[in-house]
Design a protein around this ligand. Structure first.
Ligand SMILES: [Ca+2]
Length: 124
């Protein structure tokens, strides 16, 4: 009798795990987004926080190409910090500006006319 109850409990546990797994598994997009460390501002080369990622660990980036081929390449960003960050169209904070309030994100720069535009960044 005890054995049968254990078997039933196992079936129920496995069944529940199977039902809950899709609810707790992060989607690929959110998994990539969560790769951005806390208190940092992160850029991705592709939309939806995919492709190569860079962490702007600091506060002042007049030439994004110094980060490693990041000039005119960013397509999504996550500001996982309490600071406001700005991206700029040109190097040395020139041209148009795209503002990221604390804890904000843009999953597709195309929606803002900013795909592959950013050339510099800083806390602003
Ligand atoms: Ca540019």
């Amino acid at each position: 009798m005890k054995r049968k109850r254990t078997f039933l409990a196992t079936v129920l546990a496995v069944g529940l795990a199977g039902l809950l797994a899709p609810l707790v598994s992060p989607s690929p997009a959110s998994a990539a987004q969560s790769d951005c460390p806390s208190n940092e501002f992160c850029l991705w080369k592709d939309i939806n926080f995919t492709g190569s990622r860079t962490v702007l660990d600091g506060s002042y980036f007049p030439w994004l190409e110094i980060q490693g081929d990041w000039n005119d390449k960013a397509s999504s960003a996550y500001n996982r910090s309490g600071n406001t960050w700005c991206l700029y169209e040109h190097s040395n904070f020139g041209g148009r500006r795209l503002v990221f309030p604390p804890n904000s994100q843009i999953h597709d720069f195309r929606n803002y006319g900013w795909n592959d535009i950013a050339s510099s960044a800083q806390k602003c």
